[in-house]
Structures are given as C-alpha cells and as structure tokens.
Design a protein around this ligand. Structure first.
Ligand SMILES: NC(=O)c1ccc[n+]([C@@H]2O[C@H](COP(=O)([O-])OP(=O)(O)OC[C@H]3O[C@@H](n4cnc5c(N)ncnc54)[C@H](O)[C@@H]3O)[C@@H](O)[C@H]2O)c1
Length: 353
C-alpha cells in the first residue's frame, strides 16, 4: 500500500485527490481546518466535501490541523511518513489577501514552509507536490499584445497561440499580495528541490474547477457563475467588458498530473497546469453557455473596474508538462465541465445532507 498526506483535503483539489487515492487503494491523511469558511463565509464552507469523503472512502483519516501549526503538522508527517505529500491548503483570493495580509502570508507561504520542513525531517525522499498558481506571473501576461474579438480577448501574436509558458518572468510586476505569498511558497518549493535535492514540484494552475468547489464570489469562477444562475443571484463582472479569458482544468486532470509526477519525480520542477486553449472561455461566453444550458437568464451587473491582479487573457501552455509526462492527457473537456455544473444542481446540496 502507498500513503499520502494532503493539505486542504476538504477543498476542490484536495478532496478529489483523496477520493482518487482511495480508489487506488492508498491510505491518505487529510489536513483541513475549514478555514475557507472563515475566509468566505457560508459559501466557502467545505464541510460537505469532508462528509462526502468520510462517507465514501475506506482509507482516509481527517486531521483538523491548521497548516500554520508547525508542531502539529510536523508530528503528523513524522507519524505518517507518507510516500507522497500534496500541498493544497491556501488562502486563494487577491481581494481577501489585501484585507488580511498576515493570514494570507501565514497560510500560503509559512504553511508551505512548515510542510516542507516536516517533509525534510521525516520523508525527504517522498515526492512533494505544491499547487501554485499562474498569479506568480503577476500582471506580466497582461503585457502581451491582445486583439479584441466579439466575445473575448486573444493574443495578437499567432506564435502565442498555445499561451503562457514557464519562461514568463515572475518579478518586476504587480502580483497582489496573494500572488506574492504564493510566489514565496513557489520559490521555497523549488529551493527544497534545488538546495536539498528533494523531489518537489510546483504546479502553476490556471482555473482549477469542478462541481465540488465551495464557490464564493472571490474564488471559483465557473462554479460561482453556475451558482448565481441556479440561485438567481446577481453576478458582478469586473472590467474588461467581460471578455477576459480563463482556461479551465477539471480537478480530476490536475490529480492525474500529480500522480504522473509522483510516479516519476524530479527535483525542483515547475509546470504550468491548466485547460489550454481548448478549455478556455471568456466570462461573456461562459454566461451565454450557462444561460443556454439552463434556459435561464443571469442577473448580471457590470463594474467598470477590473479586479487588481486579474489576467485579461490567460491560456496555459502545457508543453513542458506534456513533454516530460507524455502519458498524461486532458480528459475533461470544456463541454464536460459545463455539463457537470448543469447536472449538479443537487450535487452539493445532497452532499451537505
Ligand atoms: N481553484 C483554482 O482556480 C486555483 C487556481 C490556481 C491555483 N490554485 C491553488 O490550488 C490549491 C487548491 O485550490 P482549491 O481550489 O482546491 O482551494 P480550496 O479553497 O477549495 O481548498 C483549500 C482548502 O484549504 C483549507 N485551508 C485553508 N487554510 C487552511 C489552514 N490554515 N489549515 C488547514 N487547511 C486550510 C480550506 O479550508 C480549503 O478546504 C490552492 O493552493 C490554490 O491556491 C487554485
């Protein structure tokens, strides 16, 4: 049997990973203190995911540990000595980071340092995967020349078709405090690979999605949009005429990327991970798709000021990861993702019961 420790195990990626480990017969230890509820209120509550995992898995143990608790985390890693560590616990919002800078940095940067040190002390040979973000590139992707099409922006340079790769610079650009705390963690994860030779990887995510996301206005683009249409809430579009483009990757495909790395790890690796051009959609296009599928109009409001830290057009170039792990592929299409959201109206509700 193989074992893993997953932080943020009640969240979108963490819970998907735990469920996948369980199907594979792995033992897993999840660390989550439901801080997403503290960040985003009722909308962010991840209790439903935890209950679902406890009810559906055979080899999962939950630990209500705060990743800022260095001693508690160290003890768990020392006892479990897992074969794989996946770091998914985070404060994920730009806007919230500006309001709560210490919480943001202590969870995102110090939490990851706590986990790295625990791993170095107890299981330095075990692959360590960190869920980083494309926000480590700050506003640099916004410097690219864009063309404005009817419903979206796109890159003007045809050579950019595949999107942003890992050579994009991460400094001398505005990140938001969230982007800065994630960049700090990203560099630490790389350094534990380079300096200590540990098998670490940063996955710099585009929009990671799936119907189990405890979506809130400040985080979880497609899931929150689906929730607004279903529940008749007003959706606010912030700037760029709603033509800003995000690429979406389903949580399942993120988890198979983590497994591919775990099977054949490297030290200090960095990969962009996202849905690529085929899974890219603008806010306007996503609204139109949901309205079409649900036969209902979205109540929307336009705020003529973009969110700070927002990318105008972000498409993930998956070339490096595909080159290193040719067996991995995207299996969930944009159509599949929309279908999952539309078919899931009762999924979260029933998971709550
Ligand atoms: N979802 C996205 O679109 C996206 C995009 C890029 C990167 N990422 C990164 O991927 C990772 C996973 O994202 P997600 O969407 O699954 O996030 P999520 O918010 O759904 O899950 C994170 C989990 O971490 C838990 N958590 C927060 N603070 C904690 C703490 N102090 N101690 C213990 N647990 C804590 C939360 O309660 C939550 O359940 C994060 O690091 C995030 O920054 C996500």
């Amino acid at each position: 049997m193989t074992s893993a420790v997953v932080t943020g195990s009640s969240g979108l990626i963490g819970s998907e990973m735990v469920a996948m480990f369980d199907r594979l017969g792995w033992e897993s230890h999840g660390v989550d203190n439901n801080m997403r509820r503290d960040f985003f209120g009722e909308d962010g509550d991840t209790t439903a995911n935890l209950r679902r995992l406890l009810g559906s898995t055979k080899r999962f143990t939950h630990h209500d540990i705060d990743v800022r608790d260095r001693v508690g985390l160290g003890r768990l890693i020392a006892e479990a000595r897992p074969d794989l560590i996946l770091d998914c616990a985070a404060q994920p919002s730009h806007d919230l980071a500006a309001r709560r800078p210490f919480d943001d940095f202590e969870v995102n940067a110090v939490g990851t340092l706590n986990l790295l040190e625990a791993a170095r002390a107890s299981c330095p040979e075990s692959p360590f995967a960190f869920l980083s973000t494309n926000k480590v590139y700050g506003d640099a992707p916004n410097e690219l020349e864009l063309v404005e099409l009817e419903t979206r922006f796109d890159y003007a340079d045809p050579d950019r078709r595949e999107g942003i790769d890992e050579s994009c610079r991460i400094d001398a650009t505005t990140h938001s405090l969230f982007g800065a705390s994630k960049a700090a963690a990203d560099l630490l994860v790389q350094e534990y690979g380079r300096y200590y030779g540990m098998p670490t990887v940063c996955f710099r995510g585009g929009c990671l999605t799936g119907s189990t996301h405890a979506s809130a206005e400040l985080h979880g683009f497609l899931a929150y949009l689906a929730r607004c249409i279903r529940e008749g809430r007003t959706y606010r579009i912030y700037g760029h005429k709603g033509k800003q483009v995000r690429d979406n990757i389903h949580a399942r495909d993120v988890c198979t990327a983590v497994l591919a790395f775990a099977e054949s790890p490297r030290a200090g690796a960095v990969y962009n991970i996202g849905g690529g051009r085929s899974n890219a959609v603008s806010i306007l296009e996503a609204i139109a798709r949901f309205e079409d599928l649900l036969g209902r109009k979205l109540d929307r409001e336009y705020v003529d000021e973009p969110r700070r830290g927002d990318h105008i057009c972000y498409i993930t170039d998956l070339g490096r990861f595909r080159g290193d792990y040719p067996g991995w592929e995207l299996t969930v299409t944009l159509d599949d993702i929309f279908a999952e959201f539309v078919g899931q109206s009762g999924a979260r509700a029933s998971a709550r019961t």
